[in-house]
Design a binder for this molecule. Structure first.
Ligand code: CMP
Length: 138
């Protein structure tokens, strides 16, 4: 799945009314939507999704934040999807994200950073499978 990545529009960006603007930037960036879902994570599902960060000091806050409201989960397709999407969204810390990137424009803080982007092809596959069955991909 080298041409796919996974993203979430996080609760801060949903609450701030940025779903449309962010999807517009993603599509304008050349990504095609393969699957999309508006949903809210439970403590259990967010804990599982972020299990890789379990030992990090920010884990509990991250789970609380990610369950604080609805999110939009999306599988995206483009050549070089993982890397190109990370370029489009900018650095995790929005104060370090380049001008014009999604996090530069729409994020609030290193935690409430508007969007998630998979960090590898392997994780893109795992994360997409977390939300979507084969019948929900087009
Ligand atoms: P993301 O890369 O989508 O997945 C891990 C998330 O943890 C990250 O976005 C941030 O929302 C959050 N995160 C990463 N580093 C920190 C940090 N130092 N403090 C608080 N939250 C963080």
């Amino acid at each position: 799945a080298t041409n796919r990545t996974f993203t979430m529009i996080k609760p801060d960006a949903v609450a701030n009314g940025y779903i449309g603007a962010i999807l517009n930037d993603i599509i304008a960036g050349g990504f095609k939507i393969v699957a999309m879902k508006y949903t809210q994570l439970t403590t259990e599902s967010a804990g599982n999704f972020y299990a890789i960060h379990k030992e990090r000091p920010f884990y509990k806050d991250l789970v609380n934040f990610m369950t604080s409201g609805p999110i939009v989960a999306v599988i995206l397709e483009k050549d070089n999807a993982v890397e190109d999407f990370r370029t489009l969204i900018g650095a995790t810390d929005p104060t370090k994200a380049e001008a014009g990137t999604i996090r530069n424009k729409y994020a609030q803080s290193i935690e409430a950073n508007a969007v998630h982007g998979s960090d590898s092809d392997e994780n893109a596959e795992i994360e997409g499978n977390f939300f979507f069955s084969q019948f929900e991909r087009f």
